[in-house]
Design a protein. Structure first.
Lengths: 189, 109, 1004
């Protein structure tokens, strides 16, 4: 796997918040009956986490699971273990009508950290990011400027944004503009 | 710029997260249908001033198609509901009736 | 003259002098000045010229409603025209120039229009420039262009940056006067999350200027105390220099925050456009004073009474030494009193009301000011500056009773609530007879998604004009919106304010009431666009009865101020001319934004590299580093060709094709859509999606398929691979992945929701590289790995997973070029490494990448169709002779029923054929195949058209595909394609497969 590279090779920009491409991440699209016992067992064995509720992220010892739609989950694990996890899920769901697809290479992941991270994201996504509205265990699928994206919190003032790999440079550019010094909003804390 | 609540993921999405997908509750006519039936399926659309039923897709979101009942004049939204149904749910029809007692739309009233 | 006073200037920091320039002249002002107040302090009353007659124009207002004082501001990348001097905060180094004059502000040649004004009435342009047609280009347009226009268009790129910001509130209050402050406080105390915005840099609005006491404190102290309280509330956000620009559906509104206009040296975005969702909105937007219509009311020095007061109190500036006040209401007396108290002369107050004013009038008289009731201005004297007024009786026709020397006139025609934001989203107005203005009708508020009103007015925006009423109204508005948003915590009590009784105003729409044509021609309604009372009367006379028509005919209210001063006066004049009450005439439509906002703020971050998303393949960087010439395909950038050195694009394409056909070439095909379709019903589903039978495809095999919409027209094509019994992988066109994935989901979610099928768009998971040419197999074999890519090991139209080199790969034996070809997918993260490995392995074979143009030419040589070339949304597969790809066994597929319609089955539909030019030249793109005769429009009849046309290096001649009437029966016939120069090019109708008709080369 040494020749595997992420879209922007860890690009980083520090303004009033810091934007970092986090590198490759294991990601698996799982579609099926989220309420089934088989799904619960498959997800558990793959990540240690339970099937999350609507728009939630559940965390286990081997990875986390995000609710994407009523019949779709995103399983997130370390990139190095993704093929094993795909195999685990595929085997566990073999008897059910389900789809397991490795999408790790189709994505780019950015971290936005620092005190202004909420404001930085609020410049690009039509989402209420105030603490009272956006829960710490929530995933939101929306758009970042002109492209689809999803994000969740990894800390009090730390977010991860996921987008398609082909638009990684665009997303990095708009995030960079968003955190550039002088653009502090001092609204969401 | 309107907002609709996606009935699948619960998000109150604004128009930039949605995609309009035309009229709701069209009945498909395929091979074996008459020319009139097929013409009506392909081309004949309601264009009401008032209560209307539409399809939307939460395209910058969970990706699901859903139905919305709203007024084209006031933009009041009577409700959004599943795409896997052939007619609007009763509670939404009741809500419309409360506002427009004599409304009708295609076969619904 | 206008000058700086020693007293007054509550907004100034007199310890800090600021230098600036106007038309190159170095001037100074103070921190806290606006450009307008600083110019007045330097006796610069003349600030611009009007649009049509180039008449001298002085500042008339002190805020956003200003129609006259527009300047070009800044230079280079910071240049911006049409900036209002009244809302431009002064900063050190500010440089402004006046607009709309030539050669100079003081002496303007265009003022000749003024002397011809009698010949330039409303509708002049419409009436004059009708014919002859040719005169437009050579006579009228150059003249109009020379004389029209306000500021200059910027020449340089905007050097500033801009951004958007999405924000969500229970309550947004627009307007930071005492009403807005009180409403925000009440809503905040009730528990709502509140945003209060104020367009200027200062809180309090008019109250601190007008004086009076609130809760026993001065208005200024009340404002400061309330701002401090709001600042201390966690659930309340207050922002100054932020204008409520527009109110839209479902509680959407725009807040236009000007971050660095007042301090351009500060780093950071210049403007931030807040895209706000509010459950409830309070418009505490105040009111705007109306001018009076009398002859000469546009001469510099004639100003709104409130503005004269503002300049004196806020900025310590006198607008003139001797100011005549003319009014139809009590409020203007405050100006006279303020001026007198500042030590300035007020020779007379002309009160148009026969019965005169109330307590304020008594106060003025007590100060020794002469007050004349029932009197009016017959005419203002002066040119570039007021020199005096002629006085007459308001009731008469303008017989002059007396002339008085003065250098300023402060006028007040009453006040109109600022209803713009209320009206943007459908709030209705009612006519208030007592105040002679339109005010919001609280029973007909704009409604939101739940059918309930979401905008409430507060303060003078509601209509009440006395401070006590204003605060009570604001308090109840604040409580009401908080409740509507779901908060009913206890709000404090409304502050009390002394209410000074005022005598009622009397509407005055023309001064004097019986002014004849001569005076009406000099009585301005719209200062910027030069619309006079006489123009509106003429419009009415000529049948423009609708206010919207009159607006466009006369240009009343069409200037950059959008009629903030002129609208009510104009429609009162129109109503009078039409002999109908004002509410019957109605208002024009109020549209956002409230005042012009910058284009940059609308674009936000979307400029330069972030203008639009560019999609890049994993191999994009290599293309860029190796001189690729890119073409846009959807949002992707794909290499069109890879020119070397000074090579032309055409030569590069020829080289790439020749090398590929002779040896081996590489194509980055990563952009092709890839969609997994899985489930027990996947085969059945794909049989509906494609015109072909897909359910019979064997695992390990590939099949080319066509997709149509329900109209029967082709929408996409591509190769489908069956992965296992339950799973297919569908390739789409480059631009089609998201569209086709959505199309599949549409049918699965909305029509066949009981079918067990899941889809996943995995387009970007893979880098896909086509290795093409007779030496393709040798290159792949050279990489090693366990995959058998021999003719037998991986047969044409099959696929296989395995190792190529040490890459996890999936190889498809498919060909879009007619050559031996492998399309190999590897994980996107290894795409670049795999590309590099192929280049290295292929070196000995002269391997080279080829671009989309070579791809297009090679597929055309093979007669393969391209979605978007051979199809244009009206083409069915039968038109392209692709019956072989339409299953006859299937009862149904998308498009089948449509293809049975009469017109689709007609033998007269144009059919696909190949074309070889007789002279070997290339048929121009877009050519039609002409037929004999011409149609009713005298255009040549046509019998077909070209769809793809290229120079073929393989055949060394022009080849084309196209659609032709009865094409299949006309092989060998010579037809003619038209050219732009009117001539034609002859071409022979041939089979569209020009190269390797038997397909032997791809199947080796």
């Amino acid at each position: 796997m040494s020749k595997a590279v992420s879209a922007l090779s860890g690009a980083k920009f520090a303004g009033f918040a810091t934007v970092t491409e986090t590198g490759l991440r294991g990601m698996i699209t799982v579609r099926g009956d989220l309420a089934s016992k088989e799904m619960a067992a498959a997800v558990k064995s793959a990540t240690g986490a339970g099937v999350p509720d609507q728009r939630k992220v559940s965390v286990g010892d081997k990875g986390k699971v995000a609710w994407m739609s009523p019949d779709e989950l995103l399983v997130v694990v370390e990139y190095a273990t993704v093929l094993d996890t795909v195999a685990t899920l595929t085997t566990a769901l073999a008897g059910s009508h389900a789809l397991v697809a490795n999408v790790s290479d189709a994505r780019a992941v950015f971290e936005i950290s620092g005190e202004g991270s909420r404001d930085a994201l609020a410049k690009l996504a039509p989402v209420d990011l105030s603490k009272s509205a956006f829960a710490p265990d929530e995933i939101r699928r929306t758009r970042i400027a002109q492209v689809p994206a999803a994000f969740w919190q990894t800390g009090d003032s730390c977010f991860e944004v996921i987008c398609f790999r082909s638009v990684a440079q665009y997303v990095f550019d708009v995030l960079r503009l968003s955190v550039t010094n002088g653009g502090e909003v001092h609204h969401l804390v | 710029m309107l907002t609709l609540q996606c009935p699948y993921c619960g998000v109150w999405a604004e128009e930039t997260e949605l995609h309009a997908e035309g009229e709701a509750h069209l009945k498909r006519f395929g091979p074996g249908s008459s020319d009139d039936e097929f013409e009506s399926y392909l081309f004949m659309r309601e264009n009401p001033k008032g209560v209307h039923f539409e399809r939307w897709r939460h395209s910058n979101g969970c990706g699901k198609f859903f139905h919305a009942a709203r007024s084209t004049t006031t933009l009041e939204v009577f409700g959004t509901y599943s795409a896997q149904t052939l007619e609007p749910p009763q509670d939404i029809k009741d809500k419309i009736s409360a506002k427009y007692p004599n409304w009708s739309w295609r076969d619904f009233s | 003259m206008s000058t700086r006073l020693t007293s007054g200037g509550r907004l100034l920091n007199k310890s800090k002098q600021v230098s600036f320039s106007f038309n190159g002249k170095k001037l100074t002002g103070y921190e806290g000045d606006t450009l307008a107040s600083a110019l007045l302090a330097n006796d610069q009353m003349l600030m611009g010229r009007s649009f049509k007659y180039h008449r001298p124009r002085g500042v008339v207002a002190s805020g956003a409603e200003e129609p006259n004082a527009l300047v070009n501001l800044g230079a280079g990348g910071k240049f911006e025209p049409n900036q209002r001097a009244t809302t431009t905060e002064l900063y050190d180094g500010l440089s402004a120039t006046s607009q709309n004059h030539w050669p100079s502000l003081e002496f303007d040649v265009g003022v000749a229009n003024n002397y011809a004004a009698r010949f330039l009435p409303a509708g002049f342009y419409y009436k004059t420039f009708m014919a002859p047609r040719a005169a437009w280009k050579h006579v009228f347009e150059p003249i109009v262009r020379q004389s029209a226009g306000l500021g200059k268009a910027p020449k340089d790129r905007d050097a500033d940056r801009y951004e958007h910001y999405y924000a969500f509130f229970d309550v947004v209050v627009v307007g930071g006067g005492v009403a807005g402050l009180q409403a925000a406080k009440a809503a905040g105390q009730a528990g709502a999350k509140v945003l209060l915005m104020e367009q200027t840099a200062h809180w309090g609005g008019r109250a601190p200027v007008d004086g009076g006491e609130i809760d026993g404190k001065s208005a200024e102290d009340f404002v400061n105390a309330t701002v401090a309280e709001l600042n201390a509330m966690d659930n309340v956000t207050i922002r100054s220099r932020m204008m409520g620009a527009g109110v839209y559906d479902h509680g959407y509104m725009l807040g236009y925050e000007r971050l660095t206009d007042h301090a351009p040296a500060v780093a950071g975005p210049r403007h931030r456009l807040w895209r706000i969702r509010a459950k409830q909105i309070v418009t505490a937007t105040g009111a705007i004073e109306r001018p009076l219509s009398f002859a000469g009311n546009d001469i510099p020095g004639v100003m709104l009474a409130s503005a004269v007061r503002d300049y004196s109190v806020n900025f310590g500036v006198s607008s003139g030494d001797r100011t005549v006040v003319v009014t139809n209401n009590d409020d203007a007396y405050r100006t006279a009193i303020a001026l007198k108290n500042a030590g300035l002369e007020v020779p007379v107050i002309l009160d148009a009301r026969a019965t005169g004013g109330g307590a304020l009038a008594d106060e003025a008289k007590a100060l020794g000011i002469r007050v004349e009731n029932g009197k009016a201005i017959a005419k203002v004297k002066g040119g570039k500056r007021v020199t005096g007024v002629a006085i007459c009786a308001q009731a008469g026709e303008g017989a002059v009773l007396e002339e008085i020397m003065c250098d300023a006139v402060a006028m007040s025609g009453g006040w109109s609530p600022v209803v713009h934001l209320w009206s943007h989203c459908g709030g209705k107005l009612i006519w208030d007879e007592t105040q002679a203005h339109f005010r919001p009708d609280p029973d007909r508020a704009p409604t939101s998604h739940d059918g309930n009103g979401f905008v409430v007015t507060a303060g003078t925006a509601s209509g009440p004009l006395l401070t006590g009423d204003v605060l009570a109204d604001a308090q109840s508005a604040g409580i009401a919106v908080a409740k509507a948003a779901g908060f009913d915590g206890a709000a404090g009590a409304a502050p009390s304010a002394e209410a000074q009784a005022e005598a009622g105003m009397e509407p005055v729409w023309l001064m004097p009431q019986g002014a004849g044509p001569k005076l009406r021609m000099k009585a301005w309604l719209d200062y910027q666009n030069d619309v006079k009372v006489s123009d509106v009367k003429l419009a009415a006379q000529e049948g423009y009865e609708s206010v919207e028509h009159t607006k466009r005919y006369t240009t009343l209210g069409m200037a950059t101020d959008q009629g903030k001063l002129s609208n009510i006066n104009g429609l009162a004049v129109l109503s009078d001319a039409l002999n109908q009450p004002i509410p019957a005439t109605g208002t024009t439509t109020f549209r956002p934004p409230y005042t012009p906002i910058s284009m940059g703020s609308i674009a936000g971050e979307a400029r330069d590299e972030a203008f639009q998303p560019l999609r890049r393949t994993p191999i994009h960087d290599w293309h860029e580093a190796n001189g690729a010439f890119f073409e846009p395909v959807g949002q992707w950038r794909r290499p069109y060709c890879f020119p070397r050195g000074s090579e032309s694009h055409a030569d590069a394409v020829t080289r790439e094709i020749n090398q590929t056909r002779k040896s081996v070439g590489l194509l980055d095909a990563s952009t092709l859509g890839k969609i997994i379709v899985k489930g027990p019903d996947a085969g059945k589903f794909l049989d509906m999606m494609y015109t072909n039978m897909m359910s019979t495809l064997k695992p390990g095999k590939c099949r080319y398929g066509l997709m149509c919409n329900e109209n029967g027209f082709l929408i996409d094509d591509g190769v489908v691979a069956r992965i296992d019994e339950d799973t297919f992988l569908c390739h789409t066109t480059t631009g089609g992945a998201e569209r086709i994935h959505g199309w599949m989901e549409d049918w699965l979610q909305c029509e066949w929701w009981d079918w067990e099928v899941f889809t996943a768009n995995v387009t970007e998971q893979y880098a896909q590289i086509a290795v093409v040419g007779p030496n393709a197999r040798k290159v792949i074999e050279k990489l090693g790995g366990e995959m058998d890519v021999s003719k037998e090991g991986l047969a044409f139209m099959s696929w296989k997973d395995g190792k190529i080199g040490d890459f996890d790969a999936r190889a498809y034996r498919i060909s879009f070029s007619g050559e031996l070809s492998y399309e190999i997918a590897v994980p996107a993260s290894q795409g670049r490494a795999f590309w590099d490995a192929l280049l290295a392995a292929g070196e000995e074979f002269g391997i080279m990448p080829y671009g989309t143009e070579a791809l297009h030419v090679m597929r055309a040589e093979k007669g393969f169709i391209m979605i978007g070339d051979e199809t244009d949304g009206t083409i069915i597969p039968q038109d392209l002779n692709m019956q072989w790809a339409i299953s006859k066994k299937k009862e149904d597929f998308l498009g089948k029923r449509a293809q049975l319609r009469d017109h689709m089955a007609s033998p007269d539909r144009w059919k696909l054929a190949g074309f070889e030019t007789v002279d070997g030249s290339v048929i121009p793109d877009g050519s039609y195949i002409v037929a004999s005769g011409s149609n009713a429009n005298n255009q040549r009849n046509v019998q077909g058209r070209v769809t793809s046309t290229y120079y073929s290096p393989t055949l060394d001649r022009g080849i084309a595909m196209g659609l032709l009437h009865n094409a299949l029966d006309r092989m060998g016939e010579v037809v003619e394609f038209n050219k732009v120069d009117g001539s034609t090019v002859k071409a022979k109708v041939v089979d569209p497969v020009f190269y390797d008709k038997d397909g032997e080369k791809q199947n080796v």
